[in-house]
Design a protein around this ligand. Structure first.
Ligand SMILES: NC(=O)c1ccc[n+]([C@@H]2O[C@H](COP(=O)([O-])OP(=O)(O)OC[C@H]3O[C@@H](n4cnc5c(N)ncnc54)[C@H](O)[C@@H]3O)[C@@H](O)[C@H]2O)c1
Length: 333
């Protein structure tokens, strides 16, 4: 079987997904690309051999020749487009976050529960990254004992122009929120967020530091800095009772020059997480073929956005905030 896919959103992430699907994923064909900017849709269609380029996402969702939809348009479009895919009974891989607010995510959860079937996967691709997978395996082996703390660092070179300060939590730190829930297999129960002073307080989005307590009193810390200034840098160290395990970023070379030894940082996430994006897409295609679920569900998407919302509340109130999730429907157990 060849799974025929339509892509909505052909910007940085959409173009990257389209290239990966066309070049490195088996048993898939891209038929159509929709983007609000027709020239972008046409350019990605040409590069990936897609037949159709359009500005109308509904033309793709309603196309009977298309089996599944990949959404990589901006966050605020995710809820409505995902709901349209569920209404059309088409599997959908929606980029993270599932929606910027917990309420919108619950609308998607309700639609799936109403249908009685899971069609939505959320693009929390770190679950497919070899480094995170290895940390999870090591934890599961029991050799290191029980986990106590998970320290995360997430730094970007610079935030894009459309980024606002809330998005450092709702769009960026949601990666660490999701991967912590997945790794530790427990919920985040309370959060306190700190914003360190910076010399140009009004000029740019500064760093945030989030401290979570999990439901069994483990600690997760996240330093999120969208204007880190030097490169894309994601780190993590899981501290267990008998040892620790750290993520390693793929590094292909090391230079020695002028009394300096060094390595090169990628400019953004595409290089660091290339394997994770590819594996996520391949598993999504396999899940469409087999009906077995893969990756983060709509419920996981809701949980990440609900935790992010509690973090925003903590930031605005300047105190620790309890995180309360709705009851999990049996569709997601
Ligand atoms: N998983 C990850 O690591 C990761 C990394 C980057 C971005 N993302 C997510 O991917 C999504 C896109 O981010 P990006 O960096 O590619 O942004 P981008 O601005 O580069 O691309 C967004 C594209 O969507 C188009 N668009 C806007 N509204 C549309 C609509 N209603 N219908 C169709 N197209 C529309 C824009 O014209 C643009 O081409 C975001 O939700 C972001 O959070 C995920």
């Amino acid at each position: 079987m060849t799974v025929v896919v339509g892509l909505i959103g052909a910007g940085i992430m959409g173009a990257d997904h389209a290239n990966t699907l066309a070049s490195s994923v088996a048993r898939v064909r891209i038929r159509a690309i929709a983007d609000a900017d027709l020239a972008r849709a046409e350019s990605v269609a040409q590069a990936t051999g897609a037949d159709v380029a359009t500005v109308n996402p509904m033309a793709i969702i309603d196309d009977p020749a298309i089996h599944a939809i990949l959404i990589a348009s901006p966050d605020h479009t995710h809820r409505d487009l995902t709901l349209a895919c569920v209404a059309a009974r088409k599997p959908v891989l929606c980029e993270k976050p599932l929606a910027p607010t917990a309420r919108e995510c619950l609308d998607v959860v309700s639609a799936e529960v109403g249908l009685g079937r899971r069609l939505v996967q959320v693009g929390y691709m770190r679950r497919f990254d070899p480094a995170y997978v290895e940390v999870k395996k090591k934890l599961a082996s029991g050799e290191l004992g029980s986990p106590t703390m998970f320290h995360c660092v997430h730094r970007n070179l610079s935030a894009p122009p459309w980024f606002d300060s809330k998005m450092s939590i709702t769009n960026s730190a949601v990666h660490e929120i999701d991967v912590s829930r997945w790794l530790l297999e427990e919920e985040l129960a309370a959060v306190q967020v700190f914003r360190p002073a910076t010399s140009n307080n009004d000029a740019a989005i500064g760093p945030v530091f989030l401290v979570f307590e999990t439901s069994s009193n483990h600690i997760v810390t996240v330093e999120n800095n969208n204007n880190g200034g030097y490169g894309y840098d994601v780190r993590g160290e899981l501290v267990c009772e008998k040892g620790t395990i750290s993520l390693r970023s793929p590094i292909n070379s090391e230079f020695n020059f002028n009394l300096v030894q060094g390595t090169i940082y990628p400019g953004d996430w595409r290089q660091r997480f290339a394997t994770a994006y590819r594996q996520q897409l391949q598993d999504w295609i396999r899940s469409i073929e087999t009906g077995a679920y893969a990756g983060a569900s709509a419920w996981d998407g809701y949980a990440a956005s609900a935790v992010a919302e509690a973090a925003l509340e903590s930031l605005s109130r300047g105190r620790s905030t309890k995180i309360t999730l709705e009851a999990r429907p049996s569709l997601y157990t």
